[in-house]
Design a protein around this ligand. Structure first.
Ligand code: PRP
Ligand code: MN
Ligand code: MG
Length: 181
């Protein structure tokens, strides 16, 4: 067990709660995408752990690919412009794309990415996010599959980082305010 008591305020979602939700999402996606060309697109790096567990819970053939995007600069000047750092390896023509994210915060990353992938000729583009933090939304994004709605707190674990740390925690926890303020 990683020793993190000094930085964690409380555990929002336990390992068991996350596992149950991921299985439920996988079951729904399995039903909805029968007979389709499902391609999961994970957004590095936050989505990696969710992506791995979700993919295992989907019981139909899937393609898996990843993209990396730059954040949109410092918080005071959010422009909504997202730069692609690592693009897809696979062609997305005729694919039913399901973007896999760990969290939707302002929505700027996903609003850019869904438009971008639609313009490139995907057959369909939908969104699956483990966490949704609606309080901070700046761009409207249609969420097709949502794990949990969470309050406006700084959360880490299960892929989510604070300064690149704590992604490996098996649960999702709120950071103490003194850690990031
Ligand atoms: C985080 C998170 C989402 C994005 C959500 O990624 O993993 O990808 O921000 O924010 P938004 O809805 O306001 O656009 P981050 O840029 O921290 O990179 P990381 O995944 O490598 O941690
Ligand atoms: Mn991310
Ligand atoms: Mg991050």
């Amino acid at each position: 067990e990683v020793i993190v008591e000094d930085i964690i305020k409380d555990i929002l979602l336990t390992e068991e709660e996350i596992e149950a939700k991921v299985k439920e999402l996988g079951k729904q996606i399995t039903e909805d995408y029968k007979g389709k060309n499902l391609m999961l697109v994970g957004i590095l790096k936050g989505a990696v752990i969710f992506m791995a567990d979700l993919a295992k819970s989907i019981k139909i053939p899937v393609l898996i690919d990843f993209m990396a995007v730059s954040s949109y600069g410092n918080s005071s000047t959010s422009t909504g412009i997202v730069r692609i750092i690592k693009d897809l390896d696979c062609s997305i023509e005729d694919k039913d794309i399901l973007i896999v994210e760990d969290i939707i915060d302002t929505g700027l990353t996903l609003s850019y990415l869904t438009d971008n992938l639609k313009k490139r000729g995907a057959k369909s583009v939908k969104i699956c996010t483990l966490l949704d933090k609606p309080d901070r939304r700046k761009a409207e994004v249609p969420v097709d599959y949502r794990g949990f709605i969470i309050p406006d707190e700084f959360v880490v674990g299960y892929g989510l980082d604070y300064a690149e740390q704590y992604r490996n925690l098996p649960y999702i926890a709120a950071l103490k305010e003194e850690v990031y303020s």
